[in-house]
Design a protein around this ligand. Structure first.
Ligand SMILES: *[C@@H]1O[C@H](CO)[C@@H](O)[C@H](O)[C@H]1NC(C)=O
Ligand SMILES: *[C@@H]1O[C@H](CO)[C@@H](O)[C@H](O)[C@H]1NC(C)=O
Ligand SMILES: *[C@@H]1O[C@H](CO)[C@@H](O)[C@H](O)[C@H]1NC(C)=O
Ligand SMILES: *[C@@H]1O[C@H](CO)[C@@H](O)[C@H](O)[C@H]1NC(C)=O
Ligand SMILES: *[C@@H]1O[C@H](CO)[C@@H](O)[C@H](O)[C@H]1NC(C)=O
Ligand SMILES: *[C@@H]1O[C@H](CO)[C@@H](O)[C@H](O)[C@H]1NC(C)=O
Ligand SMILES: *[C@@H]1O[C@H](CO)[C@@H](O)[C@H](O)[C@H]1NC(C)=O
Ligand SMILES: *[C@@H]1O[C@H](CO)[C@@H](O)[C@H](O)[C@H]1NC(C)=O
Ligand SMILES: *[C@@H]1O[C@H](CO)[C@@H](O)[C@H](O)[C@H]1NC(C)=O
Ligand SMILES: *[C@@H]1O[C@H](CO)[C@@H](O)[C@H](O)[C@H]1NC(C)=O
Length: 793
């Protein structure tokens, strides 16, 4: 036994087989139905250890040579078993005796030549065709299989007795494979009448028709015969065979596959069928040999509604084309299909024709077809797909007199329209298929007036002309695979409800479309090279508001192609801020932000005296920078004074007569900028110089101080030093009370200092002055080694 791959077991839900490939796992479905699919697994035996739950087992396309009871005994629920395309020679139906539920058994395409029977009462489908049986593999037990619906058989000969068991069964379908049939020519016994709706017989291929069977069938609705090879002599045998089989008066479909015959015989078969109860005759793969010459044909009344010939090859040495065309063109039937043929012309019917449907697709027809033909008044559908048509106006002429023509399919030709010629289409035409041609914009000047469905996909249309006449009835327009740069508006197509414009060159669709096309029910505009810019946002928004049913392919088929940074992004995910897309909004925003900044700046200037601080800052950094240029040793942090005193000029009397004497009595060295003035330096530099060289800075606060700009400078520098060096070197002396409101708003720093720090208050009363001086001295109570006064900085 070859090593089988693990089973692929699938769930089975009534008619739907969910194609979940789940590797080795067994899937439970709601109805507990299981499919074991071992098709094409190189098996030489039925695999063992199958799940007992399996109901459908596919073992087709393997190398299985024999079946045993043990193979199927573990599968009591088996209903469907496919064993076709194996190499089984011997069938004993008893191997299924434990599978009483078996309904479907396919053993076709094996090498069976022997069968042993056993009644399987539930069997509805049994296929034993394409095997090597000599006699028909029909057992007595079949007689009791009343459920049987499909029976496939194969044999090299057929005897009356073989068919007796199934005589009483009412079947739907009998498939009789007679590929290896040789029969007995001399003795023709009449076979029992079978009952089936469909009878399919496969005759031996590549052999002249010689099957002589006196076989008749009741209830037959459809007869399918394959491989019919007839020369003029065999023609009557075939017709004889047919007349036996079709012996009832019920209408019938006859299908012939792979028939090779002469024209004379073919016309003979048609003539034979013309008064038989045939409804549809379908011929696939007809080869005509020898000659095609004029044959008589009587078009008496027929029940035939439609004749369809697909794939016609003409291998003749004498070919009278008119004879061929004439037989078909004068047929008194409603539907005629000649497709995939080498036919290049058809005559106009010689009298008013009942043709309603003509299909000449995939052939060699040209404009010469039906010119000036007034006998196709009932024709509604004309299919000329995949032919050799070139001129649109000639086609208009061709259809001019077809008063009932509703549907014209001209797809896959080489049709052009150069704007010349008369375009008076018949008013009856509703559906026109011009897809896959070479049409350009001008085609819109040559369209049927009452058209409702127009297919123009795969042409070379670049734009829809503005001056075309209105197509008020047009409902569906397919214009995919062209070169349109924009969606059409609906001013000329006021009824448009379906628009397909995929694969064009639409990069910036206007929103005009959504305004003018109010009736639109379905739009397919994907696969266009959208330019993702501000303009596109409106389009995306409009599309996104339409329902999913209306816009097929949204969002995955709608992607940006430009600019490169957005390439491949779905329109759904493309966002730009409203600001960057609206010029007015942008200007307004800039103006507003600018104004706010200006107001803030003005406020800061007025309220906090920003320029003043900036100026101070500048001065300070200038001085520091200059200081940095001084040699390192001179930069050593050393003090020459104990204190620097800052005061208003108006308070100088108190300073000179009260403060200085008192401090200097205690040997406290004081730096006064006017006294320790270094010539050649600016006042500011002198002040800074003083502050830098002093251990503490004393500020004499009074309403005068507040009014003095210089004092503020000094306070500013001293305070800056405080933060710069982290030492507590500010001493505030309040000489006279300062009401908070009297401090100008811009001296924000002074306000802050007064609020935060404690200050020494000077009192006029002598009694309080003692404490004041003590406090002052305490503030200097520190042994500080001062360096010798040096005016160089
Ligand atoms: C089993 O798989 C083959 C393809 O591998 C498929 O053609 C066939 O339909 C499957 N049979 C069943 C019963 O699903
Ligand atoms: C079946 O076996 C033959 C040889 O015995 C081999 O040539 C063939 O490929 C096999 N076919 C399958 C489907 O396994
Ligand atoms: C199969 O036939 C048996 C009787 O032989 C019957 O009891 C059973 O219900 C049938 N099963 C199906 C699925 O028809
Ligand atoms: C068919 O069934 C009947 C009774 O239902 C029985 O008498 C007869 O033997 C069966 N025939 C065969 C061939 O099994
Ligand atoms: C087949 O159908 C005929 C009538 O249509 C009927 O008399 C006969 O009993 C049916 N046979 C079976 C086996 O159902
Ligand atoms: C006969 O063929 C026609 C057209 O193909 C089809 O509509 C009809 O159902 C067929 N009838 C039968 C009984 O097969
Ligand atoms: C058409 O039928 C011929 C035999 O009459 C056969 O040789 C040929 O392969 C068939 N062509 C097709 C496409 O089936
Ligand atoms: C037009 O013909 C093409 C095939 O050539 C087909 O795919 C398409 O569906 C047809 N259009 C209409 C509207 O029938
Ligand atoms: C176009 O054809 C119509 C009807 O066949 C005719 O009345 C009209 O004069 C023709 N126009 C031209 C320019 O040939
Ligand atoms: C076609 O439209 C015209 C008006 O444009 C109308 O007079 C005519 O009856 C219509 N023909 C058909 C067959 O609907």
């Amino acid at each position: 036994m070859s090593n089988p791959r693990p089973p692929i077991i699938r769930t089975f839900h009534s008619l739907h087989i969910f194609m979940l490939i789940l590797g080795n796992r067994i899937q439970h479905s709601l109805e507990n139905e299981f499919v074991g699919n071992y098709s094409n697994h190189f098996l030489s035996h039925v695999p063992r250890l199958l799940s007992s739950k399996i109901t459908v087992l596919d073992l087709s396309l393997n190398n299985i040579t024999g079946l045993q009871t043990e193979d199927f005994k573990p599968l009591p629920k088996l209903r469907v078993l496919k064993l076709s395309h194996n190499r089984i020679q011997h069938l004993d139906i008893r191997v299924f005796k434990f599978n009483q539920d078996l309904q479907y058994l396919d053993l076709s395409h094996n090498k069976l030549w022997r069968i042993l029977c056993y009644p399987l009462m539930n069997l509805t489908y049994l296929d034993l065709s394409f095997n090597e049986f000599e006699a028909l593999p029909i057992c007595e037990e079949f007689a009791n299989m009343s459920q049987l619906d499909f029976l496939g058989l194969s044999a090299t000969r057929i005897q009356k007795s073989d068919l007796l068991p199934i005589r009483h069964l009412n079947l739907s379908n009998i498939l009789l494979d007679l590929e290896r049939f040789y029969g007995k020519k001399d003795k023709l016994e009449s076979l029992p009448i079978l009952s089936t709706k469909i009878l399919q017989i496969i005759f031996p291929p590549n052999r002249a028709f010689s099957v002589q069977l006196d076989m008749s069938v009741s209830n037959l609705r459809s007869l399918e015969l394959t491989n019919i090879n007839l020369d003029d002599n065999k023609c009557s045998i075939f017709n004889g065979f047919l007349s036996k089989v079709i012996n009832n008066l019920r209408f019938l479909n006859l299908t012939l596959y792979h028939i090779e015959t002469t024209w004379k015989c073919f016309v003979g078969i048609l003539q034979f069928l013309w008064d038989k109860p045939t409804e549809y005759l379908y011929i696939y793969n007809l080869t005509l040999v020898e000659t095609i010459e004029s044959e008589p044909f009587s078009y008496y009344e027929t029940s035939l509604k439609g004749l369809k010939i697909e794939l016609l090859s003409v291998k003749v040495y004498i070919f009278s084309q008119t004879s061929l065309y004439r037989i078909f063109s004068d047929m008194n039937i409603k539907m005629l299909t000649l497709s995939n043929t080498q036919v290049l012309h058809m005559l106009c019917p010689s009298k008013p024709s009942p043709f309603q449907y003509l299909d000449f697709s995939n052939s060699l027809f040209t404009e010469s077809l039906f010119q000036d033909c007034g006998n196709l008044n009932l024709l509604q559908t004309l299919i000329l797909q995949k032919n050799k048509f070139k001129q649109l106006y000639k086609i208009v002429q061709m259809t001019e007199k077809m008063e009932s023509l509703k549907h014209l399919d001209l797809s896959q030709n080489s049709i052009r329209y150069d704007g010349k010629g008369n375009c008076s289409w018949t008013g009856s035409l509703l559906v026109l298929n011009l897809s896959s041609n070479e049409l350009t914009d001008s085609v819109f000047r040559c369209l049927p007036p009452n058209i409702t469905v127009l297919d123009l996909h795969r042409n070379s249309i670049r734009s829809i002309p503005k001056d075309m006449s209105n197509l008020e009835t047009l409902q569906e327009l397919n214009i995919a695979f062209n070169f349109l740069a924009d969606l059409p508006g609906c001013s000329t197509f006021s009824s448009l409800s379906v628009l397909i414009i995929r694969y064009n060159s639409v990069s910036r669709p206007t929103t005009h479309f959504f305004n003018s096309c109010q009736n639109i029910k379905s739009l397919q505009a994907g696969d266009n090279p959208f330019l993702c810019s501000c303009e596109l946002r409106e389009f995306s928004k409009n599309i996104a508001t339409l329902s999913n049913k209306m816009v097929s392919g949204w969002p995955h088929l709608y992607k940006c192609a430009f600019p490169d940074s957005y390439k491949g992004t779905q329109l759904k995910d493309f966002h730009l801020s409203p600001l960057s897309c609206n010029l007015v909004l942008l200007v307004i925003t800039i103006v507003i932000i600018g104004s706010v900044l200006m107001i803030v700046a003005t406020f800061l200037c007025i309220h906090f005296d920003l320029p003043w601080y900036l100026r101070m800052m500048f001065q300070w950094t200038q001085t520091r920078r200059r200081a940095r240029n001084i040699p390192i040793d001179k930069l050593e942090r050393t003090f020459q004074f104990h204190a620097f005193i800052s005061y208003s000029e108006l308070d100088s009397a108190w300073v000179k007569h009260e403060l200085l004497p008192n401090l200097e009595d205690e040997d406290i060295k004081i730096c006064l900028h006017e006294r320790n003035f270094v010539p050649g330096k600016s006042i500011v530099e002198n002040i800074i110089n003083c502050i830098e060289k002093s251990y503490k800075s004393v500020f004499i606060l009074s309403p005068n101080f507040v009014q003095s700009e210089w004092c503020h400078y000094e306070l500013y520098f001293a305070h800056h030093k405080l933060f710069h060096e982290g030492s507590d070197n500010l001493i505030l002396i309040l000489l006279e009370p300062i009401p908070q409101y009297s401090i100008p708003a811009r001296y924000h720093k002074l306000k802050a200092l007064m609020a935060q720090r404690t200050y020494l208050e000077w009192h006029k009363e002598k009694s309080k002055q003692g404490l004041f001086w003590a406090n002052i001295k305490a503030a200097f109570n520190m042994k500080l080694a001062l360096v010798k006064e040096d005016n160089d900085i």
